[in-house]
Design a protein around this ligand. Sequence first.
Ligand SMILES: Cc1cc2nc3c(=O)[nH]c(=O)nc-3n(C[C@H](O)[C@H](O)[C@H](O)COP(=O)(O)OP(=O)(O)OC[C@H]3O[C@@H](n4cnc5c(N)ncnc54)[C@H](O)[C@@H]3O)c2cc1C
Length: 339
Amino acid sequence: MLKQSLLYLSQSPTAKRMVTGTPVSRQMAQRFVAGDTLEEAVAAARVLNGAGLSVSLDYLGESVESREEGEAATDMVIRILETVKREGLDANISVKPTQFGLDIDPEFCRRNIEMVLQRARELGDGAGEIFVRLDMESSEYTERTVALVEALWAEGFHNTGTVLQSYLRRTPDDLERMIALRARVRLVKGAYKEPDTVAFPDKADTDRMFVEEMERLLDAGNYPAIATHDEAIIDAARRYVWEKGISKDSFEFQMLYGVRRDLQARLREEGYNVRVYVPFGESWYPYLMRRLAERPANMLFMAGSIAKESGVSGLARPLAIGGGILAGALAALAWRRRH
Ligand SMILES: Cc1cc2nc3c(=O)[nH]c(=O)nc-3n(C[C@H](O)[C@H](O)[C@H](O)COP(=O)(O)OP(=O)(O)OC[C@H]3O[C@@H](n4cnc5c(N)ncnc54)[C@H](O)[C@@H]3O)c2cc1C
């Protein structure tokens, strides 16, 4: 219930104004976001690269409403690609189709992505093209994103792939489409609010499907990314590749910036390829809300800090503010049900 409410609030402009207005939310965002600027993201990438971890840079932004915003995002992503090349970073890029205007005009979006892929190709030279992954957003966009990857591959852009979410009932079919194409897949559990008709309501089903789909990708996929912090699943992956004699170089683990740094380092020490997803930029609100929804303990921490700033004392602090946030979330849910 709390998770669903937070995911609902991640799309609410009113909640956005309230949350981004408090200094503590910005502080909380700093745990998951490398900074507002490209320079800060490059600094974070350098530290990670220094520890043997690869990076995927993500310029935060989604659901743009004007062509100007879509064009600005395209220019920025091209700037990121040029910076990756110039700075010699071990980094690729993740982008969201709605950041390039998918909601405004699919053709406009596709042209913007083509420009990005073209530049990523040119910058690669002999060292190989820079890879640009299309992140997966809510199920409203799944078919369009998978079809977009197919169309881009048909045009000869093989430096792109996407993300599939094990909570979606349709994913086994999408997985076969991507395997047939040889496009790279990042497998995740899924971070959006979805109806039971399209996504499994029980986490146990999502986890079970993740393992099945992971094994399929390890057997037949093209350099799959196993993107999770779930230790049981990571252990299952390690066991599977060991039993099947699958090379550690034929796949990678991926994790989010600021989440389970211990596990990232441990896997790297064991000789696995590990890539950290590094988001940056000023549009961090929906990203932060999805990270809070994944782990309620994150929200309690934030609630406690808000209480501290607002002067509530003692044990009453987290209880008062946590209750306030929870009440707000439930009110939002109730409002949504009525409308
Ligand atoms: C590299 C990467 C890219 C992603 N890209 C996408 C995408 O394109 N589309 C999409 O829908 N989703 C994406 N996700 C998010 C994903 O769908 C999950 O929501 C997220 O990874 C949490 O699920 P989990 O697999 O870690 O398992 P869970 O079962 O949710 O968590 C397992 C454990 O991991 C830790 N953990 C998980 N999340 C957090 C957190 N936020 N804060 C602190 N600890 C945490 C906790 O210890 C938890 O017990 C991405 C995730 C990663 C790692």
